[in-house]
Design a protein around this ligand. Structure first.
Ligand SMILES: *[C@@H]1O[C@H](CO)[C@@H](O)[C@H](O)[C@H]1NC(C)=O
Ligand SMILES: *[C@@H]1O[C@H](CO)[C@@H](O)[C@H](O)[C@H]1NC(C)=O
Ligand SMILES: *[C@@H]1O[C@H](CO)[C@@H](O)[C@H](O)[C@H]1NC(C)=O
Ligand SMILES: *[C@@H]1O[C@H](CO)[C@@H](O)[C@H](O)[C@H]1NC(C)=O
Ligand SMILES: *[C@@H]1O[C@H](CO)[C@@H](O)[C@H](O)[C@H]1NC(C)=O
Length: 196
């Protein structure tokens, strides 16, 4: 009797440890309660980059906190696919409405978001693109909104690296002359909806 009582307790203890182990495993698999670590770090890099020249990035990104337990899918301006947990939409519009200086968009900031479908960079006083190879990662990007900026048509050749692009919005920029240049979207298979 006595011996079996102890083994029951041992069994209960074992079950407790097993449950704890399972719980820890689940937390690790789900990482940060849902969002992928590489994307969480990518978002924090993006925030740092946008804040790098004295701009207060905590204003547009107050929920983007450097806490490994924070689920980046719940951050403002971020949408994840509910099933896969990958970031699929970034609404990075209206980041700088109070700032006077024109700045440049470093495309390398988007390398971590391989599943991104839609990117809104509208209304940001961007004057141009730098590090254009950064678009190489965005194989699934379908919608790119660059409206209400200061882009001119000097060089948009990097857009050709976006094979899934279906909609490009460039209204209210400084586009002059002929755009797109001949053959620019030759790599894009589907017909692209261009809004200038
Ligand atoms: C989310 O991902 C799943 C699996 O890849 C896909 O079937 C679904 O259409 C996606 N949903 C959205 C809203 O993109
Ligand atoms: C663009 O961002 C990448 C990655 O953050 C960085 O390595 C690179 O130096 C930046 N380019 C410029 C021109 O600032
Ligand atoms: C991007 O954001 C602007 C607000 O600045 C909004 O008017 C526009 O509809 C958004 N674009 C897309 C493609 O959702
Ligand atoms: C386009 O903008 C870039 C950066 O502001 C500038 O260096 C270039 O001269 C402009 N080109 C035209 C044709 O306006
Ligand atoms: C446009 O940019 C690409 C790569 O950034 C460069 O190879 C090309 O020479 C540029 N074209 C012009 C007309 O400046």
């Amino acid at each position: 009797m006595r011996a079996s009582h102890f083994s029951e307790m041992e069994l209960a203890n074992l079950a407790k440890w097993l449950l704890l182990g399972l719980f820890i495993l689940c937390v690790q698999i789900h990482g940060n309660n849902g969002c992928f670590e590489v994307e969480r770090l990518g978002l924090l890099d993006l925030k740092a980059s946008i804040g790098s020249d004295g701009f207060d990035a905590d204003h547009p990104f107050s929920s983007w906190v450097d806490d490994s337990l924070s689920d980046c899918c719940k951050w403002e301006r971020v949408t994840c696919n509910f099933t896969t947990g990958h970031v699929i939409d970034l609404s990075l519009n209206n980041l700088r409405q109070y700032e006077e200086n024109i700045w440049f968009l470093n495309l390398s900031m988007f390398e971590s978001f391989k599943e991104l479908r839609s990117l809104n960079l509208s209304h940001n006083r961007f004057g141009g693109l730098i590090d254009e190879k950064g678009f190489d990662g965005l194989k699934k990007l379908e919608i790119l909104d660059l409206s209400d900026n200061y882009f001119n048509n000097s060089n948009f050749s990097s857009l050709a690296a976006l094979p899934s692009l279906t909609t490009l919005i460039l209204s209210r920029n400084n586009m002059k002359g002929s755009f797109p240049s001949k053959g620019m979207f030759i790599h894009i298979h589907s017909p692209i909806r261009l809004i200038i």
